[in-house]
Design a protein. Sequence first.
Length: 398
Amino acid sequence: MSSTTATGRIQSTLRRFLDNEASGGLVLMASAALALIVANSPLADVYFHALHVYIGPLSLLHWINDALMAVFFLLVGLEIKREMLDGQLSTWSRRILPGAAAAGGMLMPALIFVAFNLGNPASLRGWAIPTATDIAFALGVLSLFGNRVPASLKIFLAALAIIDDLGAVIVIAIFYTTDINVVALAGASVTLGLLFVINRAGTTRLPAYLALGIVLWLLVFASGVHATVAGVMLALTIPIKRTPGTPEARDEESPLHHLEHLLHRPVAFVIVPLFGFANAGVSLAGTTLTTLVDPRTLGVAAGLFVGKLSGVLVTVAILVKLKWAQLPATANWSQMTGVAILCGIGFTMSLFIGLLAFDDPSIQDKVKIGILTGSALSGIVGSGVLLVSRRKAVAKAA
């Protein structure tokens, strides 16, 4: 075999991996595992110190969580808008099952967390931590089963997670906003208005939107509303229509599709794994049984593992029983149960909300342990259920 041929095959394999949406979840898993290893190794002091080194006005950790994650939220907003207008959520018949399941999957984890923390009013601020599903992580696990899981279930999970992300953004904007700077908020409102004006004027040049988007981020950051919300606000103004003069253009040539395509790889393979590496690192040296049974740790873990499963599965069962919706095509209840359990993988958004909910590093560590525990249980048990359901289906067919 020539070296040229071998190189071509390697490049082709790498390209397929990068183009696979679920691959980002696999990279995220690796970055989270690496963070845990480093945080509990002789490099721990270097790791934690580096995150708090200031680069200009912000620490490295804040640049990642406030600036880079705004790009992640921009991509989330683009996906939400595309799916709502031109995708799997474009009609009410398509929205009802994943939409209702997402609502149930947010309500039950929140109630479970509250139940564990009723005795401590200050801890109730973390009620939203277990409500989010990590689309990259969950799809990454689901991708390991290949065509052994119906494509309709993958679509259902992706749609549910997208609606879930929308709910998380609304929760962040409403419940995790600090003191408001009225002047900066007014400036952000004017900037957002300008974005809608140029949209209505038919402007399709992305640099115009991105330049105003940077101004919007700066003003939102100064306003007290979390800066990442600016990413979603900007996404809502990006045109999805085709470029004028090219009526037969492919969707990818629409400004929204083009920007989404540009952001997919850097977000999936750089920004989100970097966020995971920077925030998943928690030292387990001082972990005791007391830490593991802390109401915040248990509330998050149980909320993700039990709350997501019960909230999603019960909601789906009610809708199917009432004949308001049907199970995804060719899927059975065992497979739906497995996917409902996978919804408990709440890594990225749960970590993000946890950092907003609590300032105390010791409480953040307990929350992180709960997130890692609940997400790991959801991933392992959900995979097991899907594996068993597949074997039963094969045996029944034989």
